[in-house]
Design a protein around this ligand. Structure first.
Ligand code: ADP
Ligand code: MG
Length: 143
């Protein structure tokens, strides 16, 4: 594990929400979060916690944007929420114009399934790796 990686273990979805809510406090305009982990690892749950931390009102509307690719929520800062699950290859990335939004200096961008496109991320992006350990336990490495 690299030097600036911090490992957390949460024991419920609520704990993951709280971790992300707290993490959101240190985010600044232009920050990019790469979320990695299998289906059910808790990526969308983490994004909900970010939304909470950014003062976004209707958290119930936050779902993986699997079909529309991107959602925008308005809080203390705008939060862009992407999901690359259904995308195939680099061509798709360019054709959907992801690069126009990613790293927008006035917003925070978070990307589920970021490992599908490791090359598109600006250096200095946060990388958040999530893994199911048991039904309610998740390992979350933030670097
Ligand atoms: P992903 O976006 O990675 O596919 P989701 O956040 O949509 O994952 O789903 C995670 C599921 O796992 C939710 O049903 C959530 O309630 C459940 N869960 C159980 N324990 C945890 C935990 N510790 N952290 C996050 N989610 C958890
Ligand atoms: Mg998801």
């Amino acid at each position: 594990m690299s030097r600036n990686a911090v490992k957390h273990t949460t024991c419920s979805a609520e704990e993951t929400l709280a971790l992300a809510e707290q993490f959101a406090q240190k985010l600044k305009k232009g920050d990019v979060l790469r979320l990695e982990g299998d289906l059910g690892a808790g990526k969308t749950t983490f994004v909900k916690g970010l939304a909470r931390g950014l003062g976004i009102q209707d958290e119930s509307g936050i779902k993986s944007p699997t079909f529309v690719i991107m959602h925008i929520y308005q809080g203390r800062l705008p939060l862009y929420h992407f999901d690359l699950y259904r995308l195939e290859g680099a061509l798709d990335m360019e054709s959907i114009g992801l690069d126009e939004f990613l790293g927008d200096p006035n917003a925070i961008s978070c990307v589920e399934w970021a490992d599908k496109a490791p090359d598109i991320f600006p250096s200095g992006s946060y990388r958040i790796r999530m893994k199911s350990v048991s039904e309610n336990e998740r390992e979350i490495i933030i670097e």
